[in-house]
Design a protein around this ligand. Structure first.
Ligand code: PLP
Length: 402
């Protein structure tokens, strides 16, 4: 649903547009800036000189249909972790040929879904490979690879020692093992970690005669904290492209590079707008109450990394008093930020929680029984309401009358 056009002063997601959006759609409100996603995609894609290259947006971090289509139009495929991820992508108009599924612990219904929709898949264990082999003959699939030492506690993937058995299972059922997949871990900012994992992956891939692709997964680090550094994408892209070139030369043919970025494409584009409803000061501390909650956005106090918080319209310089941003429930952990420095704030002011484009709305829930916020995408001078605000009815919609 498209709303009225913004003036150019409003559309930069600055002070005016936050106020305009809050007035128009209410708060709490997720707002995504499409131009930042386009920019992030462009920079990400440009650092990998290796060809062929496939970039599959990890829809797990934000399945907003407008964003999925925007990235599809830029040339991205989709990475799915679950059948629900794939379903959301298909419903957004992404063809199954552009979806890569790298999942774990699939049951019979999951396999049926993947096969019915013709999805490419990277499997996580020999048992899962046997399951697929029993259902599908004469095609190909990839395997997720354990990139850490066996004793390290990492549960993902098969080991090098298991690859010969995997090849046997595949051969006996007329399948080809055409790729290896890795996942270095979420929000990895150290390029050395990726490169060491890649080297192990590349070495293991020597065992696969039918190798067509290496899939490096996602987890490319985002700088959530003011002083933190994101993964140096330029250096990373160059190093990986050089390694891929070496690998192709060794094998005497091209090998496709697949990447599954999530947060690095969309995190910085998202904000959660909240309205201040109450301010208290006591014991040298300030408690700012807002109209949102950790049910709307999973933050540090419950699970998630720290998120920057700032007023949409700052009233001068930060005050010399620690401030907690308190959610609108009595849950002991309902803090959207703790001990932060903010300027004076008053009831009615807007606060903007930054970098919530990834794992923000996606991890919101009905916990604490506050309906989930609406989502809007600001694209140039247009504003699109992409997800309606929930109602109390939504909170009980799946309950049957008993
Ligand atoms: C296999 C795989 N690829 C990609 C991603 C996206 O990770 P990120 O958003 O950290 O880039 C995930 C996230 O869970 C994942 O499990």
């Amino acid at each position: 649903m498209m709303e009225r056009c913004l003036t150019s002063a409003e559309h930069s997601l600055g002070q005016t547009s936050c106020e305009y959006l809050a007035r128009r759609f209410g708060t709490p409100l997720y707002v995504y800036d499409a131009s930042r996603i386009r920019e992030a995609y462009g920079s990400f894609a440009s650092v990998f000189s290796h060809k062929p290259l496939e970039i599959h947006y990890a829809i797990v971090c934000n399945k907003n249909r407008y964003i999925v289509r925007l990235l599809r139009d830029l040339g991205a495929g989709i990475h799915a972790n679950t059948p629900g991820d794939a379903y959301a992508a298909l419903k957004a108009g992404v063809p199954s040929s552009s979806i890569v599924y790298s999942g774990t612990n699939l049951d019979a219904a999951d396999f049926d879904f993947l096969l019915k929709n013709g999805l490419r898949v990277n499997l996580d264990s020999l048992d899962q490979l046997r399951d697929l082999a029993a259902r599908r003959h004469g095609t190909e699939c990839g395997l997720r690879f354990l990139i850490d030492a066996d004793q390290g506690g990492n549960r993902i993937g098969v080991t090098s020692l298991e690859l010969p058995e995997a090849l046997k299972i595949a051969r006996n059922s007329g399948m080809r093992l055409s790729g290896l997949h890795m996942y270095a871990g979420t929000n990895t900012c150290n390029p050395r970690r990726f490169l060491e994992c890649f080297d192990r992956l590349a070495k293991a891939s020597d065992l696969l005669p039918d190798l067509e692709y290496l899939d490096l997964g996602g987890g490319f680090g985002v700088a959530y904290r003011e002083q933190s550094e994101p993964l140096d994408l330029n250096a990373f892209g160059k190093a990986i492209s050089e390694r891929m070139a070496g690998l192709c030369q060794r094998r005497g043919r091209g090998v496709r590079l697949i990447l599954e970025p999530g947060g690095t494409l969309v995190a910085a584009a998202g904000s959660l707008l909240m309205t201040v409803v109450s301010v208290k000061e006591r014991g040298g501390r300030r408690f700012v109450g807002v109209d949102s909650t950790v049910g709307n956005i999973v933050v540090e106090s419950v699970y998630h990394p720290y998120h920057r918080i700032e007023p949409a319209c700052p009233r001068g310089r930060p005050m010399d008093i620690g401030t907690d941003i308190c959610g609108n429930t009595t849950h002991a952990k309902d803090f959207l930020g703790r001990g932060i420095r903010l300027p004076e704030v008053r009831p009615g002011d807007l606060l903007r929680l930054g970098d919530v484009g990834a794992y923000g709305y996606a991890m919101s829930s009905h916990f604490l029984n506050r309906p989930r916020p609406a989502e809007v995408v600001v694209d140039g001078e247009e504003v699109h309401l992409t997800t309606r605000r929930e109602t109390f009815e939504d909170l009980i919609a799946t309950q049957l009358s008993v």
